[in-house]
Design a protein around this ligand. Sequence first.
Ligand code: ADP
Ligand code: MG
Length: 766
Amino acid sequence: MVPITKSPFLTTNSCVSLLYNSQFHPMKAAPTLGQQFDPGMPVQFVKGIGPKLAEVLREKGITTIEDLLYYLPFRYEDRLNPRTVAELRPGEMATVIAEVRGVSLYRTSRMPIFEMVAGQGRSSVRCLWFNGTYLRDRFQPGQLVALYGKVDQDRQGRLQIVQPQFEILGDPEDSEAGVEQAAAESLEIGRIIPIYETAGNKKLSSRWFRRVIHNALEKLPPDLPDGIPAAVRRRLRLVPSYEAFWKAHWPEPGESFDDLLNWRTPAHFRLIFEELFFLELGLELKRRKYRSGTGIPFRLDEKVRQAIKRILPFHPTGAQKRVLKDIADDMQKAVPMRRLLQGDVGSGKTIVALEAAIIAMENGYQVALMAPTEILATQHYLSARRILENAGYRIVLLTGSLEQDRKRQLRRHINAGNAHLVIGTHALIQDAVEFSKLGLVIVDEQHRFGVIQRFKLMKKTGDAERASTAETESAPERSLSPEEPHTLVMTATPIPRTLALTLYGDLDISVLNELPPGRTPIVTRRVSDDRSDEVFDFVRKQVAAGHQAYVVYPVIEENEERELKAAISMFQKLRSRELRASHVGLLHGRMDADEKDRVMREFQAGEIDVLVSTTVIEVGVDVPNANVMVVEHAERFGLAQLHQLRGRIGRGAAKSYCVLMTSGKVTEEANRRLDAMVRTTDGFEIADLDLELRGPGEFFGTKQAGMPNFRVASLVRDREIIEIAKREAAFVLSGPNAEISHEEINRALVHLRTHWQRRYGLAEVG
Ligand code: ADP
Ligand code: MG
């Protein structure tokens, strides 16, 4: 150790203890007189924010005073009753206010370490920062600092805090005015203190935010207009927004610390609810707008029922019956259906879609079925032919690879009403096809999301049809009330309910939550890879019994990430040792397409017993005879990925096994993932946990269009509040009634338009 600087211990009289008893009530702070703010004003109006800093704030999405007020602290420190140094106990997270006694910077063989000793009376605590050279000139002996971090002990049993967060509260020379006075005015001590995320590469510190937000709050008019109708405020006992802003930033002394940290104080509830309420109000409006369109009320008489019965190749599951009833009920109404059908892979969505198609076709209307890829469109075409053709419906497949002539011919056919069911890719059907009498649109959305955008496009088809109807027939009553086709969107991605409520809040939702019978449940186990001998012994036995297996690795080659077993080398090892009696194949993303194709065909044909691969098999592979899935380094995979991988087995009659093998130390989060996989095969339960563990951004993979950009709400934390907001939004729009007046509803809608609409891209809300 080479001390670089070393200050002598100081004995400046510490007045810290005086500060502990000073009480401060932010709510009682006298509002500064003078001009008050309108929250919609640009943020430059706030004292302390010039054009440069405003630019930094803009990058954070903060342009108005209101935006700034919604920049809530991510945690709080109790500096009203901070721990004294003498009270600190190893193992706890603590805030302590103490005086800088000495600093030093020393080098170890590995890195420079900055040390600061802070004290109070006779007690002191050591603070360490690794690579802390940058702190060299930050502290002055005698300064008051607030420290926050985990308390532990060094080898000699002395208290220390490693890498604490800190704030310098004041310099000794500042304290002339009297420390008590300073405390009463200070935004740093003697209160519960908000801690903000820094911005602009730490240019804007937590302390800076504290000051400017406080400045903004002081000029906020106490009678802020409230867009939430009084009946709703009363029912939920919402605090006024002025109070909510103040208390969320500057909690009063008695506030529960747990509630604060969990964003569950009345102030937080109010702000979160408001955000979700206006989102749900917008979605509910959109929904009502669709409802006001003119749909086609289909007949569902005995003849139609018989037609459906005739085509069914098997007894529908309870879930299929329930979902078809939802759909059939919608299609009999004179308002266009907008329904989302969610069902895990293999839950039997196709047959439900075809049943719906029959209702439309038996009523003399055409049906469009759109799939995201040609392969899937072709697959649908083949099953539709198999199931429907004998019943006399005319089915056409419209894909990009058809020749121009053929395409033109098909379009004419469709336009003339000669094709009953038109299957193709989204792009193809939306862009170029005019139907003669389109009654139902089915969107098979195998992709993750983006459904909402597709919907808009689909309306174009309706418009086109409407336009052509109006031109050719000029029948006044038809052009006055143009019919819109019913729409059914299908998705194979289980979407947590909270996401569905926000993303698809304008759709009705049906869920297929039951798999067709005859599938044996998959047994899932997790084991450490020191038992891999047993695992491959098990694989050998299954192969000997005539089954096939997958063995999945996270990487293709060793050098990608050290210490990870990789597909290529494990393929060689397994082939020459553990599985030398079996036919072992290899599949990974860097092989060329022909090669992949060949391997897949051999596996499908049973010529390969064990397929060693990467996650390329995640989608689309369907080999019912494969009943074993071994995933090595399972701790490295995400939940959605593991769920998709496991979806490759359990497709045949034989019992299936999924073995999740882990290597080395498994993190807490990985443990939760693996335990979830063992506990359940329910895609919805898994999606819920996935959302919780990764957060919405990650859950979607990328920043998704259509994903609401919340300021304070969280889809994970605020599940129940979303439900409440949805209920209240529906209540408001079902008025006016004894509880809620026409004026109040209007005020809420105006508030939605002026405050929230653009934020959520609810541009169409009228
Ligand atoms: P997905 O929901 O993934 O689109 P599919 O509609 O392709 O699922 O159905 C998966 C498989 O289950 C198909 O082979 C289908 O024929 C079969 N299936 C669907 N419903 C039933 C049922 N009620 N009874 C038996 N098999 C069914
Ligand atoms: Mg499908």
